[in-house]
Design a protein. Sequence first.
Length: 154
Amino acid sequence: MAIHVVLVHPEIHWNTGNAGRTCLAAGATLHLIEPLGFSLEERQVKRAGLDYWEHVDLRVWPDWDTFERELPALGAPWFFSTKAERLLWEAPLGGTENAVLIFGRETGGLPAEIHERYSDRFLRMPIRSPRVRSLNLSTSVGIAVYEVLRQRQS
C-alpha cells in the first residue's frame, strides 16, 4: 500500500526539502500543489533534501482542482489542521487503502473550502503547550508518515 504526501501551496523550501527526504526514507510519493512559494530549482530545496532530492518520487500539480480530480484514484485522503477535533491517533491511517496525507501552507493551512468539503477527514496532532500554535510542516509530515508505517506494522 502506497503513501502519498501532499503539500498544498508550500511556502518554505526547507520544509519541502525535509518532507521530500522523509518521503524517500518511507517509500512515499511527494505531491506539490502550485503555486509554490519558491522555485524547485533553488539550491536551498536540494540542500534541505541533501543528496536524496534527485531520488524523491515527486509530482507537481498546477492547482488543487487538477489534483483533486485524481485524488480518488490515489487512496484515502487525510487532512491535517490545528483546527481539527479528531486526533491523529484516532484515525485508521494504515488501513487497507493507500494513505494520502494532505497538509496546507505554513502560514495559513488549508483553504476553508477544503475544510468544508472534507470536514470528516481532518486530523490534528496533539500539542500540549498553550504557547505553541502548531508544529513545523516537515515535522508534521514526518509524524504522520511514520504513524502510517507504525499502524501497518501491527
